[in-house]
Ligand binder design. Structure first.
Ligand code: AMP
Length: 401
């Protein structure tokens, strides 16, 4: 068996999936959570409907990784005899900046470079480096590890798309620019879509709408990202569960001053207390917003209208940027499941050649499926994302398997 362990590490969690790449099935998945707080492991073996939960102390990422090894190799949830059966480990890394434009093998130098980028992604990159060091310590010597970056796919954007109108030295010295995120997902779904359409991705202009708790929209021209809605950080773009999306920078400094916020407090305000949650006062979850809309809640209707309007505007602007579009795709928790959002976004878009089969759209949830009408100039699709699978595929490609 060709086994790849995919790791997605945060500051207090270590999510994992063990994939059998012979048939791309998931052997086990779970999360070692609450690292540095107390500790909890949740381990699942989908083929046996097996679920294991345990509280256990994780002072650091090393103890969490040791537990991950234990649940994979011992007890009722065991799926392998030893970690030496694993061909490689693939790590999801949020920020690769301009240093990494593709996946690569992990070395000490690579870990140091990822850690050095922590200033650009303080919540993510340092924990990634901690997990990489823990993994290196715990894994059998010589197990290849690969890092796959959320930003790498967007490194093909031209400067006119990624630069901000700030003084040039802020780019040169502080590395302030649009990086874009969700790159692994946008790459995976645009490839899947091309295959489903029976076309080469190189011949397609796609607007990829990844709509979830975090949302980003990307213009994919010939398989390459040419523009994307998230920016220097994943806060930019459209409104999200708890993130504001784009706000006039003067409004940011004004609100900061009026509330007496420090820069950190303002960042927390826009990242954790805004978006669906802050606007609707109901929830950060799209399902709750949709339900409140049905009950006539005005703030929920406003939130929902804003989301749909902002997505529409991105589709329009990316059609202009790419001189037309061949397909629009919806992915992520909202994109794959919410027919309401898809229907509202595609309403009154005939000018762009977008027309969906409403009845069909209402019946599609989490399935790869075309939802546009046969006569529509632009195809509209629902395309399920699977970032872990693409990380595992990239990992095998880097180690040459
Ligand atoms: P993600 O971050 O991709 O897991 O997406 C989470 C978002 O997807 C949340 O806002 C959920 O409310 C939304 N979502 C998940 N399932 C559904 C559904 N059946 N209908 C509407 N929204 C959904």
């Amino acid at each position: 068996m060709n086994l790849v362990l995919v790791v997605n590490a945060g500051s207090s969690s270590l999510k994992y999936q063990l994939l059998n790449m012979d048939d791309e099935s998931v052997l086990a998945k779970g999360n070692c959570d609450r690292i540095g707080i107390d500790g909890h492991v949740s381990h699942k073996v989908p083929s046996r409907d097996y679920v294991f939960e345990q509280d256990c102390p994780f002072p650091t990422h090393t103890e969490a990784f040791e537990k991950l090894v234990e649940v994979l190799t011992t007890g009722d949830g065991k799926v392998i005899d030893s970690m030496s059966e694993i061909s490689a480990v693939g790590h999801r890394i949020v920020q690769g900046a301009e240093v990494f434009d593709k996946a690569c093998l992990v070395t000490e130098e690579v870990i140091d470079k990822i850690d050095a980028l922590s200033e650009l992604a303080p919540v993510h990159n340092h924990p990634h480096a901690l997990a990489l060091r823990a993994c290196t310590k715990v894994l059998p010597k010589g197990t290849p590890q690969v890092v796959v970056f959320d930003t790498a796919f967007h490194q093909t954007m031209p400067p006119k798309a990624y630069m901000f109108g700030l003084p040039y030295e802020d780019y040169k010295e502080l590395h302030v620019r649009k990086y874009g995120f969700h790159g692994t997902s946008h790459r995976f779904v645009s490839q899947s879509l091309a295959e489903a359409m029976g076309k080469d991705v190189k011949d397609l202009k796609i607007v990829s709408c990844h709509l979830g708790n975090g949302s980003s929209i990307t213009a994919v021209d010939g398989g390459k990202s040419v523009d994307t809605s998230m920016g220097f950080t994943p806060l930019d773009g459209i409104i999200m569960g708890t993130r504001s999306g784009a706000v006039d920078p003067s409004a940011v400094t004004y609100v900061m001053e009026k509330h007496g916020f420090t820069p950190h407090e303002m960042s927390q305000y826009m990242n954790k207390k805004s978006g669906f949650l802050g606007l609707s006062k109901i929830s950060s979850d799209n399902r709750d917003i949709q339900n409140a809309c049905l009950e006539g809640n005005e703030l929920a209707i406003l939130t929902s209208d804003m989301l749909q309007y902002q997505i529409k505007k991105y589709i329009g602007s990316y059609a202009a940027a790419m001189n037309g579009i061949d397909a629009v795709l919806f992915t992520g928790g909202i994109g794959e499941n919410s027919w309401e959002v898809r229907e509202a976004v595609c309403e009154n878009m005939e000018y762009f050649g977008i027309k969906i089969d409403k009845e069909l759209n209402r019946s599609i949830r989490g399935k790869l499926r075309k939802i546009s009408t046969p006569d529509a100039r632009v195809e509209v699709w629902v395309v399920p994302t699977n970032e872990e699978l693409l990380i595992a595929r990239d990992t095998l490609a880097v180690i040459g398997k």
